[in-house]
Write a protein that binds this ligand. Sequence first.
Ligand SMILES: [Zn+2]
Length: 86
Amino acid sequence: MPAGSERHPDKDVNAALEAMSEAGWRIERARSRSAHAWGKAFCPYSEQRAHLDCAVSVSGTPRSGGNEARRLQGRIRRCQRIGEGP
Ligand SMILES: [Zn+2]
């Protein structure tokens, strides 16, 4: 993880966040400590219109860490497909 960011309490989600970070995603920790949203992830092309939907919020208390991790990894793949064109 980039310096200064905190680790997610769930190891599966944390691994997915690391994969996102390696793919160039920017992980923003939520400012408020209100439990639900842990933070938000933005893809490297977040200024581009086609990538507006890439941004994904990360739950701090996912019911299933494995499912949350798969959801995040799905976003990485979806983003990579956008680059391949129609
Ligand atoms: Zn994207």
